[in-house]
Design a protein around this ligand. Structure first.
Ligand code: GDP
Ligand code: MG
Length: 162
């Protein structure tokens, strides 16, 4: 069985963009429309000869329903299937209520969670990520999925146990 990395986070934070970069496919739907990717999507990826699986999820909607209802969907299953979880947040918008609800759930999981601040291209990454330490998930890892910045270092870290 290959190691599995799940990409979770509210809609529009860049999960599918990261998925496509890691798997080098255009299969996951990337769009400006929040929540467009509705089902879990699996892709195979490779770093330094290590093969692994990536799961893209449609996103957890932390605002319109209770977090319990949201978690009873495919994102919860993806978390369950994963060896490591990349929890994506948007460095440009800062922390919102959805991020807080998801973080609360992830803190209760007995899984390796990496808090990833995406879209740090063209902004001051240090000041943008400071806000996210309030989510109490430890280190904040800045990336720019669209350009690939910070991505390999992050994946190597997540797959270190393998
Ligand atoms: P998802 O809903 O979490 O899967 O998010 P998407 O991958 O569909 O991306 C949502 C939007 O954010 C799209 O317009 C992307 O082009 C944009 N986006 C994704 N990654 C980056 C990034 O690293 N930098 C910037 N500036 N935009 C990004
Ligand atoms: Mg998506």
């Amino acid at each position: 069985m290959l190691p599995v990395i799940a990409l979770v986070g509210r809609p529009n934070v860049g999960k599918s963009t990261l998925f496509n970069r890691l798997t080098r496919t255009r299969d996951a739907l990337v769009a400006d429309f929040p929540g467009l990717t509705r089902d879990r999507k699996y892709g195979q990826a490779k770093i330094e000869e290590l093969e692994y699986l990536v799961i893209d999820t449609g996103g957890i909607h932390g605002d319109e329903e209770g977090i319990d209802a949201e978690m009873a969907n495919q994102s919860l299953q993806a978390i369950d299937e994963a060896d490591a979880i990349l929890f994506l947040v948007d460095a440009r918008t800062g922390v919102n209520a959805s991020d807080q609800a998801i973080a609360q759930h992830l803190r209760m999981q007995n899984k390796q969670v990496f808090l990833v601040a995406n879209k740090t291209d063209g902004i001051d990454a240090d000041s943008a990520i400071a806000d996210f330490y309030s989510l109490a998930l430890g280190e904040v890892h800045p990336i720019a999925a669209a350009q690939g910045r910070g991505v390999n270092v992050l994946i190597e870290l997540a797959l270190k146990p393998f």
